[in-house]
Ligand binder design. Structure first.
Ligand code: GAP
Length: 512
């Protein structure tokens, strides 16, 4: 199965097992908007808990808030979003489809890279053991030709992006003869800027047009509450404010499932520091956040940093933590050193003094800020795409298993009476009563035990507990491990401790 096919299968699996549904599906859905189903919400809540507790419990100087989606319209003027939160868009006149000009060019560049990689793969096949990839890339005429093309387009693209030159973007699209994937034509409009914020109306802001925005990031809620939290929490710099919440963006390139949505959730933390120390903290938070990811056991090789060449208007350093999704390494989390941009601009526009008074030195200053910002939905996709496996079994059958890190698994244990009679359901209910206060569980008495195991594998349940006739005598049950499929006999009295050891979130947090 190619990675692309695997991704399609994963999307179907998410729907079939109640993880994710297209929003308003009975009306044919709404592009780039998805609902989380009965298992999806459990997994999502577990990811949130892992993040929230790592941030606010393991760091004495980080506290959490929950600010609103609606904010005063001036917030988005101060933050720069009204003026600069834009994507360059282009329309194809024949298909009437709209595209992001930068994405069309990036896709074109990705295709050239793919061609070069195919050439390398052919070389590897031809030369076998003796193959020297570096030398092949430096000498193969086909690769050299493609590389020259790539470098030329890439440098023009970077220059156009840096100078915000929309005409130059259009020129690249024309020169590269990029066609619309729907109509197949090169009949393009000019490139225009398009603001990504959704707006609605409210009747009591005092602004003439009453227009307000749905927040495109949760961070601004933290900045405008900075003074309240610092004062009421008696917070001393350095300190952080964390928040989990919805954000909204009118994304034009809405594809790749929950990777790029119009309504999504962010987990953001703004860490306020003394000016001049921000690079130290930037480095520290990069390390801390990578450790948080790797701690889940999904393979250190599946993460990498990608430092930004072009910095956002508010940043003096920025990096992404990229994850190896089925469609390649892509941004999962952003870490930005945002300077004093946000607090200073809010101070200017609100007319309030937003500063920190250092009682030890007697100085007042506007703190600098280091931000960590991760998309909850992207994290969900990272966990699911990494966990989805089709395994061949010894008996010639195959199974689909989600090897979700156990503390994040939506259901921790399934309790399965072998028969629907002879007192087994009653004993199984006793087992449920032992476990249900601490673990999300499913009780299942339908179908053969093999089919019940398969159902639990497909939703990533770490333990299946089978109650059989012997259990009535010896008060022991059979516990099957999701990953190894090994079965052990365990006294019911020891079941809780056994499950807890593997699924308890605090063990995961302890390793950080
Ligand atoms: N406050 C900084 C900020 O919002 P960003 O890089 O635009 O920075 C942060 O977004 C994270 O939010 C990204 O790394 C990504 O995980 C997630 N994200 C951004 N846009 C998204 C979208 N349309 N759908 C899903 N997740 C998104």
């Amino acid at each position: 199965m190619t990675q692309e096919e695997l991704f399609k299968v994963l999307v179907a699996h998410c729907k079939e097992y109640g993880f994710i549904f297209p929003s308003s599906e009975i009306y044919d859905g709404l592009a780039a908007v998805y609902d989380y189903g009965q298992l999806g919400v459990e997994l999502k809540n577990n990811i949130k808990r892992y993040w929230w507790e790592a941030m606010t419990r393991l760091n004495e100087n980080v506290v959490g808030i929950d600010s609103c989606v609606f904010m005063h319209p001036k917030v988005w003027v101060a933050s720069g979003h009204v003026a600069a939160f834009n994507d360059p868009l282009i329309d194809n006149k024949d298909s009437k489809k709209r595209y992001r000009a930068d994405v069309l060019i990036e896709d074109y560049l990705a295709k050239i890279e793919e061609k070069m990689n195919k050439e390398v793969a052919k070389g590897k096949k031809r030369f076998g053991e003796a193959f020297d990839e570096a030398q092949f890339r430096a000498t193969n005429p086909n690769i050299l030709r493609e590389k020259a093309k790539y470098d030329e387009v890439h440098s023009r693209y970077v220059a156009a992006e840096e100078s915000n030159d929309l005409k130059a973007l259009k020129q690249i699209i024309e020169d590269c003869e990029i066609v619309c994937p729907i109509s197949g034509t090169k009949n393009w409009t000019d490139v225009r800027q398009f603001n990504l914020m959704f707006s609605t109306a409210i009747s009591n802001t005092g602004e003439s047009d009453d227009k307000i925005y749905l927040r495109p990031e949760t961070a601004q809620g933290i900045f405008v509450d900075y003074l309240n939290v610092q004062k009421t929490g008696r917070m001393k710099i350095p300190f952080g404010i964390a928040q989990i919440g919805k954000a909204f963006r009118n994304e034009i390139v809405a594809r790749q499932f929950i990777f790029r949505m119009r309504e999504f959730e962010q987990m953001e933390m703004e860490f306020f520091v003394r000016p001049g120390t921000e690079m130290e903290w930037f480095k520290k938070w990069k390390e801390t956040r990578l450790k948080w990811h790797v701690n889940l056991g999904m393979g250190a090789e599946n993460y990498r940093f990608h430092d930004h060449e072009k910095l956002a208007h508010y940043a003096n350093a920025a990096t992404d933590i990229e994850f190896n999704f089925p469609f390649g390494f892509k941004e999962l989390e952003g870490i930005h050193s945002r300077t004093d941009f946000d607090l200073s601009n809010h101070a200017k526009l609100s007319g309030r003094k937003i500063q920190y008074f250092d009682s030890e030195t007697g100085e007042s200053y506007t703190p600098y800020c280091v931000e960590t910002s991760i998309g909850l939905d992207r994290m969900f996709l990272a966990v699911l795409s990494h966990s989805y496996k089709v395994e061949e079994l010894e008996n010639g059958e195959s199974r689909v298993v989600l090897s979700i890190p156990a503390p994040l698994a939506p259901i921790k244990v399934a309790v399965l009476p072998l028969l629907k009679k002879n007192g087994l359901p009653e004993l199984a209910q006793e087992v449920v009563n032992e476990l249900k206060y601490d673990f999300a569980y499913q009780y299942d008495e339908k179908d053969s035990i093999g089919r019940r195991y398969r159902r639990q594998d497909a939703i990533g349940t770490p333990f299946c507990v089978t109650v059989d006739m012997e259990s009535l005598e010896d008060h022991c049950v059979t516990v099957r491990d999701r990953d190894t499929m090994e079965q052990v006999r365990v006294p019911i009295a020891e079941l809780h401790a056994m499950i807890d050891k593997k699924v308890n979130m605090s063990n995961l947090l302890r390793n950080l």
